[in-house]
Ligand binder design. Sequence first.
Ligand SMILES: C=C(NCc1c(COP(=O)(O)O)cnc(C)c1O)C(=O)O
Length: 363
Amino acid sequence: MPYSPQILDNALGAVGSTPLIRLDRIAKQEGIECNLLGKVEYTSIGGSVKDRIAKRMVEAAEEEGKLIPGHSIVIEPTSGNTGIGLALACAVKGYSVIITMPNKMSLEKEAALRALGAEVVRTPTEAAWDAPESHIGVARRLEREIPGGIILDQYANPNNPLAHELTTGPEIIDAVLSTLGTVERPSSGKVDALIAGAGTGGTVTGLSRAVKKTHNKSCIIVGVDPKGSILAVPESLNTSDAGAAYIVEGIGYDFVPDVLARAEVDTWLKTSDDEAFAAVRKLMRSEGLLVGGSSGSALSGALRWFKEDKEGKRIAQTKGANVVVLLPDGIRNYMSKPWFLKLALEAEPTPLAHTIASILKPG
Ligand SMILES: C=C(NCc1c(COP(=O)(O)O)cnc(C)c1O)C(=O)O
């Protein structure tokens, strides 16, 4: 959240407005000539890209008279970040909130939710989305049985992709347009490709609309879907791993959410947990970005696109082409997760570590 030259009325004024940061070190390591840019969403006030839809869904529901102060109770099935955004908005606006969340999701996200005043109900990760015991099924039951209960429904609510069409996308376009190219750092002056992971698909759909409608209809939109999920097109990409468990949180589903416009994504790539976490390590060690697992999925998808796709190879080697990777959240949500502790604490000792040990060895 860049410096704001004014006093904000409340935390919702600090949703979004995130930086677009050059990933030059990774680009150099990978032999990439284009401008590789990260949209770093963990600087948003609630810690993720999902703050944007939470704010817009709540404010739209208030404008439509669906949220009544002192009566309504917001209920939402979520992998956590949308819940945190909603809990933040409800803390500011005075609504009670109930979050249903699969057991797989981190304790850190649950702790943040509870700290913001949300009630949290955990559900079986393996439950099918339409099973009564799933996070969606339990939310729907609570909505039926709790007076004033209302699910704002990120999976079908048009304000989900609209939030990205009206904020995330324009921020990216504005940053690219306002950064003039130089001899040392040429720029095509447009967003040439955008890579984003898909959970509800609201981000990738909204970004596609923002860029193609108002800026560059030739921009290539690349969707990243984890192995085990079924969002990618063509369906043949999904068959070999359909239903397989994966650790990365926030992306991939066993159904295609209404807000995901698959036809507005030009290319889909499947990624693995190992690729994702290796890319997280690159973003931390080479770019100083303390990102979450799905940011690694998005970057690993981009790097694979550069290597394996005809258009990806062309753009990767085009000086001045601007390629944006959406980095949805930060490591705050995963600090105690084994995948992160392994990445951070089990690295091979560096030569410097050996030097320190030899200096400080007893005796
Ligand atoms: C669907 C939810 N999160 C989406 C998400 C995504 C995908 O964003 P979508 O706009 O939902 O496709 C990527 N990375 C992380 C860490 C996320 O939390 C949720 O928080 O309920």
